[in-house]
Write a protein that binds this ligand. Structure first.
Ligand code: CU
Length: 155
């Protein structure tokens, strides 16, 4: 009983986070950020891009909570995790791209305020073909590893 309720709430929690740009073929799902510690100057956002149309590229992003949002990728170089900035994130035709911890992500640089669990902010994504897509991002607890760690806030 407890488990099925949790699953239901999880499913319901994404209804409000689907975004489809006008005439666009790229949908954004499950956008989330991890809560940040007090005084942190950076954060990250993760999401899933689903492309129902021709190949596209995510070329820019912005959010009111940060001075800049950069397209980043994390990868292992020897024993060291490194991040580097990408000029764009390719979204293949009819393809799905997942931005997640340890891989592709959106880097929030110059955080204007700590991200607190349960907060929501609006992320703007710019695609080469699909244009501008805005999607609400939900802040998951500190230490969250995936969108499934978001706790429902009762709205
Ligand atoms: Cu980064």
């Amino acid at each position: 009983m407890k488990r099925s309720l949790k699953l239901m709430l999880f499913a319901a929690s994404w209804v409000g986070t689907l975004a489809l740009a006008q005439g666009s073929s790229v949908a954004v799902e499950k956008a989330w950020s991890r809560a940040t510690a007090e005084g942190a100057s950076t954060g990250a956002a993760y999401l899933i891009l689903k492309n129902a149309g021709p190949a596209d590229r995510l070329v820019a992003a912005s959010a009111p909570v940060a001075e800049r949002v950069k397209l980043h990728i994390m990868s292992m170089e020897g024993n060291v995790m490194r991040m580097r900035e990408l000029p764009a994130i390719e979204v293949p035709a009819q393809g799905t791209v997942e931005l997640k911890p340890g891989g592709l992500h959106l880097m929030l640089v110059g955080l204007k305020q700590p991200l607190r669990e349960g907060d929501r902010y609006l992320l703007t994504l710019k695609f080469e073909k699909a244009g501008t897509v805005q999607v609400p991002v939900t802040v998951a607890p500190l230490g969250a590893t995936g969108a499934g760690d978001i706790h429902r806030q009762g709205h």
